[in-house]
Design a protein around this ligand. Sequence first.
Ligand SMILES: Cc1cc2nc3c(=O)[nH]c(=O)nc-3n(C[C@H](O)[C@H](O)[C@H](O)COP(=O)(O)OP(=O)(O)OC[C@H]3O[C@@H](n4cnc5c(N)ncnc54)[C@H](O)[C@@H]3O)c2cc1C
Length: 412
Amino acid sequence: MCCALSPRLRTMTPPIHDLAVVGAGIVGLAVAREWMSRRPADSVAVLEREAEAACHQTGHNSGVVHGGIYYQPGSLKARLCVEGARSMYEYCEHHSIRHERCGKLIVAVSSDELGRLDDLEARGIANAVPGLRRIRADEITEIEPNAAGLQALHAPNTGIVDYPAVARTLVGELTARGVDVRFGTAVDAIDAASPPVVHTAAGPVWAHTVIACAGLWADRLARRAGAARDPQIVPFRGGYLGLTRTRQPRLNGMIYPVPDPELPFLGVHITKHVTGDVTLGPTAMMVAARDAYSLRRFSWRDSWETLSWPGTWRVGRRYWRVGLGEIRMAASRRAFVAAAARYMPSLSLDDLDGTSHAGVRAQAVGRDGALVDDFVISRDGAVAHVRNAPSPAATSAFALARELVDRVTGTP
Ligand SMILES: Cc1cc2nc3c(=O)[nH]c(=O)nc-3n(C[C@H](O)[C@H](O)[C@H](O)COP(=O)(O)OP(=O)(O)OC[C@H]3O[C@@H](n4cnc5c(N)ncnc54)[C@H](O)[C@@H]3O)c2cc1C
């Protein structure tokens, strides 16, 4: 608790919660759990606009438990991904949630990618990624018989998990501990008063501490609470294509390309899922709506916010070539398959099973056109906002929750 209200006032109706969390994605739910594990007697509410948990990024991602290779040493992502992966596996083991440490390869297919593979290896070592190893061409095919490349990084601790199942389990756990998880409750604004007030269509909710984990709408909520517009969320759609099932498994784990170091996206990869399905993707295309699960989805408001943001135009000027490539992949399955055939040469259009789906990334873009890479948390008194929690925030959710609760409670 952070403000000095008398015990009498605390027991008056309407109740003042100790904590209100906005958003029942994996980050918001993990925050509520972390709080309850430290202060089991506290009153906590989770306010979610949708009718269930994990309706946005948490339920529309690659399902990968990342190892922590890519991230700038010393960054929040580097620390929280490695810690978070450990916690995610423990949570899944404890609650019997489907997961598998199937490992992943990052494959260099041309000599100019070898230097970038060196940089990734150095980052992975600095970030203490468990079991990370540089391997030769013949070792690539030992691990993944259908892959081909010059050299690769093998991360055996990278895995796959059912994130919506993690979110559902968290909801069950929170409800059982007395947390008031309210679905269908859209938060219109947060007033950072003392105590803070969370305004919803169903009326105000008071809480001594508010933590907003609103994903694709994080900037909007932060702005309404008086925070700066910078950075703004720009939606990037990630499309996936399904591959047919084969008698011999097409792959044992995951295969990734060497990513463009300028971009926060990892490139089109081939991923197996806990269901046994295998997908190609995701692409990374700027779109006209924050919920553009269909390419036809358009929102005037989202488009206006994206187009009126100077950072968007700077991103466009800097990465227009990359953007054209993404549009090409969205328009042509042949181009999409070709991206993955670079490291799995046997792959062809005939391997597609005709299914597709998509997720939308909440990517914070700075006024200067920077694609903000690290997690960003802002705070105004007793109100904290998660302003940027892109991949690997699902992997990192439990560690990110510890970080958030440490920051708002002032504990190390
Ligand atoms: C295509 C794609 C692939 C990815 N792959 C991976 C991966 O393999 N591994 C990984 O670790 N990460 C991955 N990520 C990233 C990961 O999914 C996200 O970082 C993570 O899910 C973020 O969780 P969150 O709780 O912050 O956001 P979300 O899951 O988006 O949840 C935010 C919640 O807030 C709610 N909300 C928003 N505004 C309001 C409001 N005003 N009132 C009430 N509720 C509100 C929303 O309805 C939503 O439920 C991927 C993301 C995408 C899009």
